[in-house]
Every structure is written in structure tokens, then in C-alpha cells.
Design a protein around this ligand. Structure first.
Ligand code: NDP
Length: 286
């Protein structure tokens, strides 16, 4: 079997079209234009590229976007004061602090992120939103796992009743993915670095999600014939070469569908962020 390649750009375009319609709907129903504030601290070049990309996508969809550039030397308390200002600003619907934070304040990351008003937390990292996700209440969900689910839906891939295996248990990808798949009635196993006999577990998956950050780790012998393979990993193995956590060339021979890297789920994250800004704007008018 040769897998269907799940091209991120096709799904991202559909998600963005939906978001564009959402912006228009909010404008006409409530007379407001959804808005996002992205806070970037310091000069990390990769972060700057991500922030520019978010800003550009906002502009493309008619979402107002403000980039707040703060110096590397900012203290934790000064950064919290900036977040408080954005929390109180009625014109701002979504707030995102671009990670990683500089080394000097990295230890305070949790406190800083938790300061964001949960109704404006478009990354979905605040414990309030995490709690709502776990209890199955509608909420702002982390963009990358939400993008994976949206892609499966758009591709017409059934989740209900399927065996799903996730490799990785981070707060950003693995854990929210568990709750999203479970809420869609998959039977889910989460693997991590202490999992014994990993290939045995992954071979049970109808839907296999790799989110571990290990280049080309998942090989064909770890995949059941006909499985759907979602590769969240982004690993730079040379200055201009990105690969996923899945050995694409061998696994595409056995899976029924697979996401490539680059060009797979990575493209959905920003599109889902736009959806979260719209969701946040709606939460704030209700
Ligand atoms: P983390 O490093 O936070 O988590 C990695 C997880 O993988 C951990 O739970 C770890 O286990 C597990 N793991 C590591 N090695 C193994 C192994 N040999 N066997 C089984 N499990 C293992 O990573 P993230 O979740 O933040 O990111 C994962 C990948 O996804 C990265 O490549 C990252 O770049 C990418 N990513 C892509 C995004 C996008 O597309 N936009 C967004 C976010 C991430 P343990 O907990 O035991 O240490």
C-alpha cells in the first residue's frame, strides 16, 4: 500500500477560509474585528520568523495584529506588567507570548504564561483551559494538536472507536492530543521515554501520532499496515534540512495516510491560532 500524502497546505487553506468567514461573522454580528497581540522578548531569529508569520496570516484574514517587541533584558515583573496591560485592553482578544523566553527569565515561564487572562489565552496553555479540555468543556485548545484533529476531520478519517497511539507526553502536544482523541471516542495510549517495547505498542495503532522530537525515529516495522500516521516532529538535521519523527520514505509504503515534514501539520498550527483568536473574541462578547 502506498499512503495518501496529507498535504498541510491544502488543509491550512481550508482552515483559513473558515477563519476568514468567522472574522466577517463577528464583524457583522458584534461590530468588532478580532485582534491578536503577540509578545516577543529578545532577538531569537527563529522566534522572529514565527512571529512574522503569525502577523502576516492575521493580515491575510482581516484579524488585527499587534507585535510587542520587548528587550532581552526585561525582568519577569516588567513582562507581567505588560501582560496585565494587554489583559485589561478591551481591544485585544488574544494574547500570545512567543517561546522560548530568554535564559534570564525562562525559569518563570509558567508564572508568566499563567498571567494571561484565560479568555485571551489563544495558545491554550493556561491551567483553566487545560482543565476545561480534560473535563470535556469547550475551550481554547493548543493549536498544534487541534490542527491534527481538524486535519483528520477534513481528510474524512474516522476517529471514533479507533486505536490511537501517541508518542510523546508534552503539555503542548502529547497530553492535549490524548484528551482531544479521547473526546472523539478513540481508545488512546500515550507512550514516552519509559515505555517498554515501544514498537509493539505503536503497531497496535490505527492512528499513530509521533511527537517526540527524534529525527526519523518511527520506522516501517513500528507501524501497522494501513495505519494513519501523523508526524508532529520538526527536527533540523542540517542547516537547510528538516525532517519529522517518522521515517517518511519507509512508512509511506505501509501506512494508508501520512503527513510529510516539512509541509504537514506544521502548517496547520498558525491556521488554528487564527481560529483560536476568533473563538476568544466570541468568548469575550458573550
Ligand atoms: P518535548 O521534548 O516536550 O516532548 C517529547 C516527548 O517525547 C516526551 O514526552 C518524551 O518522553 C518523548 N520521547 C522522547 N524520546 C522518546 C523515545 N525514544 N521513546 C518514546 N518517547 C520519547 O517535545 P514537544 O512535544 O514540544 O515536541 C515534539 C516534537 O514536535 C518536536 O520535534 C517539536 O519540534 C515538534 N513540534 C511541532 C509543532 C508544530 O508543528 N507546529 C509544535 C510543537 C512541537 P518523556 O516525557 O519521558 O521525556
Amino acid at each position: 500500500m502506498i499512503a495518501k500524502i496529507l498535504e498541510g497546505k491544502l488543509f491550512a487553506a481550508q482552515i483559513k477560509e473558515e477563519a476568514k468567514a468567522g472574522v466577517e461573522e463577528i464583524k457583522s454580528a458584534f461590530g468588532i474585528t478580532p485582534s491578536l497581540a503577540v509578545v516577543i522578548v529578545g532577538e531569537n531569529p527563529a522566534s522572529k520568523v514565527y512571529v512574522r508569520n503569525k502577523h502576516k496570516t492575521c493580515e491575510e484574514l482581516g484579524i488585527l495584529s499587534e507585535v510587542i517587541e520587548l528587550p532581552e533584558t526585561i525582568t519577569k515583573d516588567e513582562l507581567i506588567t505588560e501582560i496585565d496591560k494587554l489583559n485589561l485592553d478591551k481591544k485585544i482578544n488574544g494574547i500570545l507570548v512567543q517561546l522560548p523566553l530568554p535564559a534570564a527569565i525562562k525559569a518563570h515561564e509558567e508564572e508568566i504564561l499563567n498571567r494571561i487572562d484565560p479568555l485571551k489565552d489563544v495558545d491554550g496553555f493556561h491551567p483553566y483551559n487545560v482543565g476545561r479540555l480534560v473535563t470535556g468543556s469547550p475551550t481554547l485548545v493548543p493549536c498544534t494538536p487541534a490542527g491534527c484533529i481538524k486535519m483528520l476531520d477534513l481528510a474524512g478519517i474516522e476517529i471514533d472507536g479507533k486505536r490511537a497511539v501517541i508518542i510523546g507526553r508534552s503539555n503542548i502536544v502529547g497530553k492535549p492530543m490524548l484528551h482531544l482523541l479521547m473526546s472523539r471516542h478513540a481508545t488512546v495510549t500515550v507512550c514516552h521515554s519509559h515505555t517498554k517495547n515501544l514498537p509493539e505498542v505503536t503497531r497496535e495503532a490505527d492512528i499513530l501520532v509521533a511527537a517526540m522530537g527524534k529525527p526519523n525515529f518511527v520506522t516501517a516495522d513500528m507501524v501497522k499496515a494501513g495505519a494513519v500516521v501523523v508526524d508532529v516532529g520538526i527536527n533540523r538535521i542540517a542547516p537547510k534540512k528538516l525532517v519529522g519523527d517518522v521515517d517518511f520514505e519507509s512508512v509511506k509504503e505501509i501506512a494508508s495516510a501520512i503527513t510529510p515534514v516539512p509541509g504537514g501539520v506544521g502548517l496547520l498550527t498558525v491556521a488554528m491560532l487564527m481560529q483560536n483568536v476568533i473563538k476568544a473574541a466570541k468568548l469575550q462578547v458573550h
